[in-house]
Design a protein. Structure first.
Ligand SMILES: [Zn+2]
Length: 323
């Protein structure tokens, strides 16, 4: 019996629909969705954050059980903070890519971070056995770290969305419902900064793909237009044979424990899938032009510019991982 934790990693840029995909994959693969779990250590402080089930994070039964099996997140709060603000910084990316052929102290740092992650996913898999972990941490550098340090089977699902739609969404004020402070809002960006952000985050995922067990690229626009066929394709690629042979669980709000992300995660009624295409009527031509100029190479590659725009956005590859 294979006891290696199985992670379906949803990667991509903020505001690309990753929370929607997380909810759909949790049902399709009968998985356990943990949300943006790479921020866990930062959140595991009294009064800092709420879980997707509505409880304060420290009061949530699911995370309390995971914490117990992990051996106590409290002892790794500093290392968890360093994971986010040190190990995964963009300027450290060359070290991650060259691992293990790097300076000894950097190698030790990366191995320690990898050890924390292995313990975390193992603990989640013990609390919810036989279910793939649906992780929507999104960040490509984190995916690279997870794949390169070993001990976890990682299938990447890369969700891409038209960069103009993402930039428009980033220009709007949105509440952070996972924050303890109800007035807390998500970061707002202008079109140029949003375009750069879209480009960098997606390039990082393309770098991560070579280290994962499989890579599936899905366009948000195809997901909302044909969710059944897109999810079936993802299921085929993510080794869902390991998922239990029982109907996908309904994912009731009380049993959903994702961290962070879009307010949609807290839904308490049947999920209705509709395309968010407000940008097509509300975004100025000037802002669209700025975003497209910055993101052009990948916007073409993903089919958002030119004739390729009409093609299906499901791109598949399967490979032996590099460690
Ligand atoms: Zn919870």
């Amino acid at each position: 019996m294979n006891t290696t934790p199985h992670v379906v990693f949803i990667a991509g840029c903020n505001r690309s629909g990753t929370t929607l995909l997380e909810i759909l994959l949790e049902r399709e693969l009968a998985g356990v969705a943990v949300g943006e779990v790479w921020t866990l250590w930062k959140r595991f402080v009294p009064g800092r954050s709420r879980c997707g089930c509505g409880s304060a994070l420290l009061d949530c039964r699911f995370w309390s059980e995971v914490n117990e099996r992990y051996g106590g997140f409290e002892r790794d709060l500093e290392a968890g903070g360093h994971l986010r603000d040190g190990v995964l910084r963009l300027r450290r990316l060359p070290g991650l890519l060259a691992f293990p052929a790097i300076r000894r102290e950097r190698r030790v740092e990366i191995r320690m971070a990898g050890s924390m992650l292995r313990r975390l996913y193992r603990a989640v898999s013990e609390v919810r056995p036989d279910r793939p972990v649906i992780d929507s941490s999104k960040f490509g550098s984190y995916a690279i770290l997870l794949c390169r340090t070993g001990g976890v089977d990682v299938d990447i699902v890369h969700l891409v969305r038209d960069p103009r739609a993402v930039a428009h969404s980033m220009s709007r004020l949105r509440r952070r419902r996972d924050a303890a402070d109800p007035s807390s809002t998500m970061q707002i960006m202008g079109p140029a900064r949003a375009g750069v952000s879209w480009l960098v985050w997606n390039v990082l995922v393309l770098l991560a793909r070579r280290y994962a067990r499989s890579y599936t690229r899905v366009r948000y626009e195809d997901l909302v237009a044909s969710p059944v066929s897109v999810l079936a394709a993802v299921r085929l690629r993510t080794d869902a044979r390991r998922a239990p042979a029982k109907p996908p669980h309904a994912g009731s709000p009380a049993d959903r424990h994702g961290l962070g992300g879009n307010p949609m995660r807290d839904y308490d009624r049947p999920l209705v899938i509709t395309a968010d295409d407000e940008w097509e009527v509300s975004m100025s031509r000037w802002h669209r032009w700025i975003v497209l100029v910055i993101t052009l190479p990948l916007a073409i590659r993903f089919g958002y510019v030119g004739r390729r725009g009409s093609r299906s956005g499901i791109h598949l590859s399967r490979q032996e991982p590099e460690r």
